[in-house]
Design a protein around this ligand. Structure first.
Ligand SMILES: [Fe+2]
Length: 316
């Protein structure tokens, strides 16, 4: 089974109109050139949590024939709940917007828009965590978005997998769907990097970690309690973690678990890095990970002037 991992397309018809054709080309590349059987999208499907953008994204999936649970698995990112500031003048008011965001309502809209994709998931209570078994692979889908907090999550972009969630994960993964899978893959939006992991990232050819370092230091891009989360992932026997959130493509390892950041596929920090995503080929006794770059001709067709400086840089 071939899985394509893409993250953070940030669909937004108003401020990022180029992202829709670019996501389309990445998905077509994954489905046709890479012959992917299944697509995984780890959050920030939309940039501003607009219902219209969610519906547009859904229509793209329908057009490509992947709007079904067996073809596509998604989890939400912070932009799907809180949105983001897109113009400099929106920056000041954004913390207030996050404070008044109805987290549960936004999550419901996300779930309802893509309800078919969750139709055969195994859950123990709410929508997350969920298990989805496809052939010999079992996905554990998490909602890693923290609720708003003036101190710990003022602009909605921090992540959390708290103690009750970790307990639920431990219980849910006792299910035979997880226990008997040959690859157990965690899907979440937030990343597991530490500053010191920078030297050990596998990046696309020609890309350096300059610029990435500053992002990883930001207080507003944290996943709280990484050590506890990794301990739980180790205990449940996770083989891989696929995530997004910081907009570049990289492979690294934490506690013996391979982690892939697929967030450079559509809206990378630097356009000159190209548009990269992952293909994971799972065979009975073997797993192969490839970092795939969108062919230059295709990626150039989707670069527009609105990628430029008039927008607040959305790096997460
Ligand atoms: Fe993002």
């Amino acid at each position: 089974m071939r899985i394509a991992h893409i993250s953070d397309p940030h669909i937004n018809l108003k401020y990022h109109p180029q992202h829709l054709p670019r996501l389309r080309r990445v998905l077509e590349d994954a489905l046709q050139r890479q012959a992917a059987d299944h697509i995984v999208l780890t959050g920030d499907l939309t940039s501003n949590a607009d219902a219209r953008d969610l519906r547009t994204t859904r229509r793209l999936f329908e057009t490509l024939g992947i709007m079904s649970a067996s073809k596509l698995t998604i989890v939400p990112g912070n932009h799907d709940i809180y949105g983001g500031p897109h113009l400099a003048e929106e920056l000041l008011g954004f913390p207030d917007r996050c404070k008044t965001t109805d987290y549960d309502e936004k999550l419901s809209i996300f779930q309802d828009t893509f309800s078919e994709l969750f139709s055969d998931t195994i859950i123990s209570g709410g929508s997350y965590p969920f298990l989805k078994r496809i052939r010999n692979v079992c996905f554990l889908g998490l909602n890693s978005n923290a609720r708003h907090s003036l101190l710990n999550n003022p602009v909605g972009s921090n992540g959390e997998v708290g103690k009750p969630d970790r307990k639920e994960i431990t219980e849910l993964t006792k299910h035979h769907a997880w226990q008997t899978a040959s690859q157990r893959i965690v899907l979440m939006h937030h990343h597991l990097f530490r500053r010191k992991d920078l030297d050990h990232l596998r990046l696309p050819d020609g890309v350096t970690s300059v610029g990435i370092a500053a992002l990883l230091e930001q207080r507003t891009l944290k996943l709280h309690g990484k050590r506890h989360i990794l301990k739980t992932f180790g205990e449940i026997g996770a083989d891989m973690v696929l995530h997004g959130h910081v907009h570049f493509t990289a492979e690294y390892e934490r506690h013996g678990i391979v982690c892939l950041n697929g967030a450079g596929a559509v809206h990378p920090i630097s356009r000159s890095d190209g548009f990269n995503y992952f293909v994971i080929d799972v065979k009975p006794y073997q797993r192969e990970i490839s970092m795939v770059e969108l062919p230059k001709k295709i990626s150039e067709a989707t670069v527009s002037s609105s990628d430029g400086n008039n927008l607040v840089t959305a790096a997460a």
